[in-house]
Ligand binder design. Structure first.
Ligand SMILES: Cc1cc2nc3c(=O)[nH]c(=O)nc-3n(C[C@H](O)[C@H](O)[C@H](O)COP(=O)(O)OP(=O)(O)OC[C@H]3O[C@@H](n4cnc5c(N)ncnc54)[C@H](O)[C@@H]3O)c2cc1C
Length: 358
């Protein structure tokens, strides 16, 4: 049987792949290369040179609605796609989804090298549920890996990166790993490149697996979706430019932040306090309890630089910070710092950009 890494694919309400899932596929490709290298170096017990392909796994009530997403997954690196179809999968629930995954593994008798998840709220629910269901090991928020004499060592950071641990899985069970966006050479913010043409992708096999629970599944976490709110503006997960505001911004500051983001064709981000105060929606939260971003330009205004915020933005290529306090911690991770009141700095910046464009 061919060696495979399975990748959990997530779709938006209009049944397209999320940008974060495309990033995950790119990371999975890098991990496949790494595993293959480890195998070639004699670890892993596999035949030298053996290829490791990516299988994307989609779940939903109607496989027909997921055809475009399956095609996208192939464009972005999946070699094959399996759609698990079942009416219980209409709304996400970790109980049903983990049961469906377990059934797919059992009935197809497959044993992937790894099962990979992103860092979305659903993935963070599903990965540990599946690990518990399969009695397998699980590592969350993995940021890297190195081949060691006893096998691959998977890297994880704690306490905002001040502690690093390396984890090795026992042989025998399929490891389950959730990956931090932008790790393994992924591109959380900037566009992920397509690896195939649509014509090549159309030739790739997409298989359907019908899921029916063979036991009663308690669904304590079932959420009934009454209305799904569309995200405002550009998604911060895939934006090249982010202008973010914090507690120092206030509602007027956020109006300026939105204006600047619009001028730069970027997205609006926020710190936790700004979200808690209702100045920005939760989908724009950056940091430990929000999204991890890696834009080319990250302009932040009135954000102090707590460790919980910095873990979400430190992979930005260029950081510009505006803060009245010259000792603010955010300046330690900034390429450019402006000590000043954002209510004065941002209008100047906006005026300059407008006048430079004529
Ligand atoms: C478990 C846990 C998870 C968390 N997760 C997150 C997370 O995901 N993301 C996150 O951001 N936080 C998170 N937090 C909260 C975090 O600890 C901080 O409280 C938060 O990041 C601070 O937000 P802030 O920088 O906007 O506000 P503050 O710390 O209050 O900083 C405001 C800054 O604005 C500056 N300022 C004030 N007025 C102006 C002005 N007019 N012009 C320019 N600058 C000005 C001030 O000098 C100050 O530096 C978490 C906390 C916990 C405990």
């Amino acid at each position: 049987m061919k060696k495979e890494i399975w990748v959990y694919l997530e779709t938006s309400p209009d049944d397209r792949l999320y940008a974060g899932t495309k990033d995950l596929l790119a990371q999975a490709g890098a991990i496949a290369q790494l595993l293959r290298g480890a195998v070639l170096n004699g670890k892993g017990g596999s035949a030298a040179g053996e290829d490791i392909g990516l299988r994307g796994i989609l779940t939903g009530a109607e496989a027909g609605r997921l055809e475009d997403a399956a095609l996208e997954a192939v464009l972005y690196g999946a070699r094959e796609v399996t759609v698990i179809e079942g009416k219980e999968l209409e709304t996400f629930s970790p109980e049903c989804c983990s049961d469906a995954f377990a059934q797919l593994l059992k009935k197809t008798r497959r044993k992937p090298e790894l099962i990979l998840f992103g860092r979305s709220p659903d993935a963070m629910d599903l990965a540990p549920a599946l690990a518990a269901r399969l009695d397998a090991g699980m590592l969350s928020d993995c940021v890297g890996a190195v081949p060691g004499p006893e096998g691959i060592l998977w890297e994880r950071h704690a306490f905002g990166g001040s502690a690093v641990s390396f984890v090795r899985f026992r042989e025998g069970k399929t490891p389950i790993i959730s990956v931090r966006p932008g790790s393994f050479g992924g591109k959380a913010g900037a566009g992920v490149p397509c690896l195939r043409t649509p014509a090549e992708a159309a030739a790739v096999p997409v298989t359907r697996f019908g899921y029916q629970p063979d036991r009663v599944i308690a669904r304590p976490s079932l959420i009934r979706v009454l209305e799904s709110a569309r995200e405002q503006g550009t998604d911060i997960g895939s934006a090249d430019v982010i202008v973010a505001g914090g507690n120092g911004a206030g509602p007027e500051g956020f109006a300026l932040i939105r204006e600047l983001a619009g001028l730069l064709h970027g997205a609006v981000g926020a710190s936790r306090i700004a979200v808690d105060k209702g100045w920005a929606p939760h989908s724009q939260l950056i940091g430990q309890s929000g999204k991890t971003v890696a834009p080319r330009l990250y302009i932040n205004c009135g954000i102090s630089g707590s460790v919980q915020h910095i873990v979400g933005m430190r992979d930005a290529a260029c950081v510009v910070s505006v803060n009245t306090d010259p000792r603010a911690l955010i300046f330690n991770v900034s390429d450019y710092g402006i000590v000043g009141d954002l209510h004065r700095v941002l209008p100047e910046l906006i005026r300059e950009i407008r006048s430079s464009r004529g």
